[in-house]
Design a protein around this ligand. Structure first.
Ligand SMILES: C[S@@+](CC[C@H](N)C(=O)[O-])C[C@H]1O[C@@H](n2cnc3c(N)ncnc32)[C@H](O)[C@@H]1O
Length: 219
């Protein structure tokens, strides 16, 4: 992001690398659903509803994690899920088997910042609570723009840090624990989106205390 507003929006953001992500989610894979998965449940449903409402059949879910969203897509959606964490994917595969889901085309160990999919492979992509985890958020957006067809849609649900207020203090205080948590409490909209993206995106607050934001970005 080269413009001044973008620079101002960036603030401090110290990236985790792919190994940090794998380590954090190897530790969390078994407990994820009952803690963060539970806290983020309402917001996740909002993102799934947004995807289900799209005129899109081929959908890429990046950072699919333990597959909490998978049983909730309408059967007409064909889902490909990818994740960096082998351990999270194992849980997702067990969920697919447990629910007998037939609309999950693949669950692949792959980096969302540099996938092996051909350009324009999907009608839509969705990233739920992933943007503040990936090592390079701008690379994530660029890759999603590449693999989604022109005219398609990219949906994000994420926590984005505030500019002020009590939560701002809490977010700043938690920031040094990023590698342990596996996500960045001080992650801001400007870490992910350019000013041009933000002008085109639809942004809605949702979830517990309005903690999360649903961002729908036309491709
Ligand atoms: C907070 S969890 C979210 C899981 C799931 N989307 C959900 O709603 O519960 C973040 C997930 O993103 C994955 N992840 C982080 N960086 C990634 C990358 N570069 N490529 C693919 N997956 C990534 C992590 O392994 C983890 O499973």
């Amino acid at each position: 992001m080269a413009d001044g507003l973008g620079t101002a929006l960036r603030g401090r953001h110290s990236p985790m690398d792919a190994d940090d992500v794998r380590t954090a989610y190897r530790r969390q894979a078994r407990t994820y659903d009952s803690f963060f998965g539970f806290v983020s449940r309402g917001a996740r449903y909002r993102a799934i509803e947004a995807v289900n409402a799209l005129e899109a059949s081929n959908v890429l879910e990046v950072g699919v994690g333990t597959g909490l969203a998978l049983p909730h897509y309408v059967p007409a959606k064909r889902i490909t899920g990818i994740d960096l964490s082998h351990h999270m994917l194992t849980q997702a595969r067990e969920r697919v088997a447990e629910f007998g889901l037939r609309n999950i085309d693949a669950l692949l160990e792959m980096d969302a910042q540099a996938t092996s999919f051909a350009t324009g492979s999907f009608d839509a992509a969705v990233a739920m609570f992933v943007a503040s985890v990936v090592p390079d958020p701008h690379a994530l957006v660029a890759e999603l723009r590449r693999v989604v067809k022109p005219g398609g849609t990219i949906v994000f649900i994420n926590h984005f840090a505030r500019d002020r207020g009590p939560l701002w203090w809490a977010e700043r205080a938690m920031a040094p624990a990023s590698s342990l948590l596996g996500w960045h409490p001080d992650f801001r909209l400007g870490h992910l989106f350019t000013t041009a993206d933000l002008a085109r995106a639809k942004i809605i607050s949702c979830g517990l205390l309005g903690l999360f934001r649903l961002v729908t970005l036309p491709n």
